[in-house]
Design a protein around this ligand. Sequence first.
Ligand code: BGC
Length: 772
Amino acid sequence: MNSIAMKVASIALVAGTLAACQTGKQPKAIAADPEVEAKVESVLKGMTLKEKAGQMVQISILQLQDATGEALDPAKLDVVIGQYKVGSILNVMNDAAHSREHTANMVKQIQEKSMDALGIPCIYGLDMIHGASYLTDGSFYPQEINLAATFNPDYARMMGEAMAYETRAAQVPWVFSPVMDLGRDPRWPRQWESWGEDPYLQAVMAKAETEAIQGPDPNHIDLDHAAVSIKHFMGYGVPLSGKDRTPAYIAENDLREKFFAPFLACFRAGALTAMVNSASINGVPTHANKTLLTGWVKEQLGWDGMLVTDWADIDNLYTRDHVAADKREAVALGINAGIDMIMDPYDPECVNVIVDLAESGEIPMSRIDDAVRRVLRLKVRLGLFDNPVWEKDYPEFACERFAKESYAAAVESEVLLKNEDGILPLKGTERILVTGPNANSLRTLNGGWSYRWQGDADNFVPEYNTILEALQARFPGKVAYEPGVVYEGADWQNEDASGIISAARAAYKADVIICCVGENSYCETPGNMDDLNLSANQKDLVKALAATGKPVVLVLNEGRPRIIGDIEPLAKAVVDVMLPSNYGGDALAALLSGDENFSGKLPFTYSKHINALHTYDYKVSEHREVMEGSYNYDAVMDVQWPFGHGLSYTDFSYSDLKLESAGSFKAGDVLKVSVKVTNTGSRAGKEAVLLYSSDLVASLIPDVKRLRAFEKIELQPGESKTVSFEVPASDLAFVGADGKWRLEKGDFRLSCGGLGVMVSCTETKIWETPNR
Ligand code: BGC
């Protein structure tokens, strides 16, 4: 942007902000840039209706590949882009990752065709979920659930930067990331794709990743950065049935206060696109929910970005949800609700349906133009008109630094849940039996969205170490292996348990057993299941091993907390590695040996009983044992391990929790709190310091506590640090029964590390704007 344009843009921003203040409206989520807008208008002016409709449709690359599945079919390209004028492509050929070079070559051909046929660049998007997860030669980081367990947003930033850089290096400017569905129901098969159950943690991490992927200026994304598609807007993670893509029922106040929180943070941080929740909320499919799509996002936030559907979800409005009779009705419903681009992976005929609906007036031309402007604006902001493809070196592609970051993130994300009698770290002299279906698999360490949709790491990257290989390298000559149970065949739930006896026999010859259990990889609906308990086979394996009397270290490698209430007592130590990716085995070996120290904490509640699936911010009455006469605020839920639980090889003590600001406050104040944390053990360690608040009396039943701030620190033995938090008092507000944010007069307790301090709000404030 030249300097005059910059000035105009900043005057526009200031003027917009002032006008917004005067009218009580919120400022625009992304400031409009006059140059960008002028380009959008000039392109739009010259477009036919068919060309406009084409920009609103996205097709899967599977429709463009030739018989080998490895190259584009020019005839198909001509149909999809030449004749149907489709403006966007997604997905990977042959349903599998390809190299950077192969991907770049393919995009170049698409762009050539698009510029020739339309004079408008195509926008290609990929599901880069934990790094460049759809490139065979890119860098992978641990899945988001792991990064959440680090309680360190730097890792979200690092992953975002690497993901954007490597994706751009493959000539792709758009990633369908980050995921920010609150994982508040462990039965749901996509819990691992986002940052756990808490809205605040989710918002901090998702915003850090969004900013890292897009870079500093959403109006001008440079060639090291990409556009995000924050997803899945919203309420996707809590289906009543626990099954993927099934209805959720969410109270209006929870929707605004909790589920919207990470999206709001990312919209305000400049997220350029959002993908819509495939399912429904309170009976309304989200793709048809005008209140949410147009009302909450476009109107209330003044957001000028683009809303893309999820996979074939316009079709789902009539084939699955029956809110439309046929494709025509479904397309009209979705676009009139606020959808700008239809991911119609299999069928470009959707373009003609849009044309027909616009001609008949069932979709107003103003809505079509608005949607197309949003698509074009995205392409302009990404610089695609100037550079449909780009000549640039990417010397850091798959570099050592990204690998080191991925390893460090894995180390900080694996959570030590139990360590009886200090069995860990291992002494190094023990004879070790490594067993379990997850012991020798890169597929399980990576989970879904790894080279293939359902996860297929073993067939792509043999050079990384499984848990077994990493332990063999760390303890040469000490490790025996008997899997006991193995995953078999295409179905991720299929197991062969015929090796349990051999594993138990081998256990007699060992001094310690490292039993790696959990889940095989899966993604989305195929990950549905009917019992959150760890599989019976795997439980039998643990029981057989424990019966030998040898100490069992249980390693959980899973995308959601499978229930282990009955076998947990049989283990001396438990580590949840979740889905730590390609360096997860090395990280675990370093942690078990004591070369590294544990510092991960659970970003979700690990439930103990199948009928008691809770989140940490429950209502006091949900506590299992109701205290006589009253409910007890200090009661601890009967869960396996609470949110925020995670042990270290050292000990930390908390003291001097102090209020640095006044003991009473008003909505505009900032609460300042400090706490002293001391490493009282004998080795260095990192500690995530978590600050909670509890609203003691409120007009809606208050949550027992809510995370308000956190910081990860490192302490040497004997060292103390004072951690200071600043929490805007307005963060303690909640959404009331009338849907309005409110901070109510009365007492709050701030707590940290088992200590508490009281503060008092002296006035009730009610916000008239939808968002604070
Ligand atoms: C998933 C999305 C994904 C899309 C495109 C859908 O099935 O729900 O998360 O981005 O496919 O691959």
